[in-house]
Write a protein that binds this ligand. Sequence first.
Ligand SMILES: Cc1ncc(C[n+]2csc(CCOP(=O)(O)OP(=O)(O)O)c2C)c(N)n1
Ligand SMILES: [Mg+2]
Length: 639
Amino acid sequence: MGSAPMAYVLFQKFLKHNPKDPRWPDRDRFVLSGGHGSMLVYSLLHLTGYDLGLDELKSFRQWGSRTPGHPESFMTPGVEATTGPLGQGSANAVGMAIAERFLAARYNRPGHTIVDHHTYALVSDGDLMEGISHEAASLAGHLKLGKLIYLYDDNLISLDGPTSLSFTEDVAKRYEAYGWQTLRVGDGNTDLDSIEKAIAAAKAETGRPSIILVRTTIGYGSPNKANTHEAHGSPLGPEEVKLTKKALGFDPEKFFFIPDEALANFRTALDRGAKAQSEWLQRFEKWAAEFPELAAEWRTVQSGELPAGWESALPSFTPADKLATRESGGKVITALAAKIPNLLGGDADLSVSTKTGLKGLGNFDGKTGEGRNIRFGVREHAMGAIANGLAYHGGIRPYTATFFCFADYERPALRLAALSHLPVVFVFTHDSIGLGEDGPTHQPIEHLASLRAMPNMWVVRPGDANETVEAWRLALERKSGPTCIVLSRQAVPTVDRSKAAPAAEARKGGYVLLDAVGGAPQAVLIATGSELPIAVEAHEKLTAAGVRARVVSLPCWEAFAAQSKEYQQSVIPAEVPARVSIEAGATFGWRQWIGDRGVAIGLDRFGASAPDKVIYKELGLTADNVVKTVQGLLPSSRA
Ligand SMILES: Cc1ncc(C[n+]2csc(CCOP(=O)(O)OP(=O)(O)O)c2C)c(N)n1
Ligand SMILES: [Mg+2]
């Protein structure tokens, strides 16, 4: 209720949108970052004429409704971002503003403006307390994102009580220091003119982002609950609702009542939106006629498809190449960037190590919109949420990169990418104890298991250079969710495919790399990533010892689980109980593949600081240990 006046002014005086076409590419973006105020956005969408009936508002937060407790981008037309975990939306908005600049630079031509819109976010105290918003604001100021505007619901109250309990800094000064324009509205409850002037001033400033601190009263209009934290999350209650309606001049006995003149006022959005979009369409058609190739590219990237021939530049590797999968990943991403014009992303100050820099394509510049490498700085959390913002915006295939251990710093954004079906590619290198001397603070352990546990997240850990190519293929062909590509720091051999199954089999998530020699397998060795060569070596030793072992490469559990049961059984036969997995990470989850009697060789402890080969040996991740383990499982040796 406290932010309704500013939202009203924004929607009715400024927001360029067409409720009849929520996906119009050149609409302004509006993100309600404090997702707990979801009813505000649902009301606005209903009132301005989106496909969200009053019945949906009546079934707020109920099973099957399109009005969930917090806004979900895939659920409700007009909701641009899934918000609720505070801070995320503020960073998503930064991503949207970057996307606008990038697309404007790529597609606008002199005399032809196809991309030209603003990104607005309504942020709350909680948003601005969260660290992620600090990271995002710092980067937005650095990039001078002049079309990014925050409206800050400065109501001096959060969930537990007044902000005086824990949040007393000078927010305006902070944003000023980040390089933002700061504006104030002293009475956001009633002074609509001042709100309008402030938004106009924010739009007029094109060289830096703007934040408008709007002083409001939470629960404004409620005689007894306004300005108390009780107005934050719980319903006012029937009595107080009556009193509030009275205080605001409504009939207390009427429910979900919208006065005709109010509806008529809001519904003017339909004409405005239709007019704005049709003017845009005229411009678009002129542009498309003059630049047909550019227009064809636009249509492809807007549809989320990959351009024809995108695979043609993919490298392939031979057994002569012994290189870390981060190195082969670097070659893959460089090749892809040349073919996929909207592949845009970057790393958190680690491109030297992650190898994900797009060579020769420049650093993204927020003023010109040019450059393909976003220098996120050491800001993993905002990086993830900004990448999500790029994906929410549309027209971009975003990726990010950092060390795998720091997936923890990015994790809330990974989760929202998975929840919101965003096809973001998250590259993680230095994926295990194999990174060596940096030691246990940098060595991931439970990270694979924890990301595999996340619904709709795909985790791909390729075992050699050619599987790395396939990992990228899997990731880019996914349209309904994110993919983590998990790569090694240390060199791994490239499998000799003349003696093993083709790497293309990795697209199935798991496949028989090397089969048992001389008959049906007695044992199945299952490995991922840099432990694949260990399984291959064990296979050689077991074969020499007369044991029929099969090596299964399982780079992506989720893709494998999506195959038919028959295929899965043909790779990991249920009738072979002697199954051993080998992966330099927590063994949690492996039982699914190795069965009741199998053994998972992994790490249920933290690593150590030492050269990688020493740690592998000391912690039992060796071919000899695999051989011994297999022998211990075979019936003859158990007798
Ligand atoms: C990351 C995260 N932590 C905690 C919460 C729980 N929570 C929801 S709203 C809120 C604070 C509300 O204060 P404010 O952001 O000022 O919103 P207002 O009550 O003023 O609308 C909290 C702690 C959350 N949604 N997200
Ligand atoms: Mg507040």
